[in-house]
Ligand binder design. Structure first.
Ligand SMILES: [Zn+2]
Length: 111
């Protein structure tokens, strides 16, 4: 397994998450709402804020998972399932590089 490949993917995803959002779009939308613009503009402005907040909550969770995954790379335990200790399948790591459990254990959690 090419751990460096996953480290890159994780670092990229982290900077992507940190770079997007922030408070600037939110402030811009709030300024728009105080103006007497047309209703359609205000509506789309509100939707954007809503989406931003939703994305940020998800990002925070992913960021935490990314940091943990990077620590596992440092520790040499990356790609090992937290629950059963088996290697996590590479297609799964390619799809979700910050995952902690293999697909079998993930499905057990859901059941
Ligand atoms: Zn497992």
């Amino acid at each position: 397994m090419d751990v460096q490949h996953y480290r890159h993917a994780l670092v990229n995803k982290r900077s992507e998450s940190l770079g997007s959002g922030g408070i600037k779009p939110l402030q811009a939308s709030m300024e728009n709402n105080t103006r007497q613009g047309d209703m359609a503009d205000q509506a789309s402005g509100n939707n954007e804020v809503h989406i931003q907040l939703k994305l940020k909550a998800t990002d925070a969770k992913i960021l935490q998972a990314i940091d943990e995954a990077l620590r596992r790379i440092e520790a040499g335990t990356y790609g090992i399932c937290r629950d059963c200790g088996e290697p996590i399948a590479e297609p799964r790591l390619n799809a979700i590089p910050w995952t902690r459990v293999c697909i079998t254990c993930k499905e057990k959690q859901r059941a």
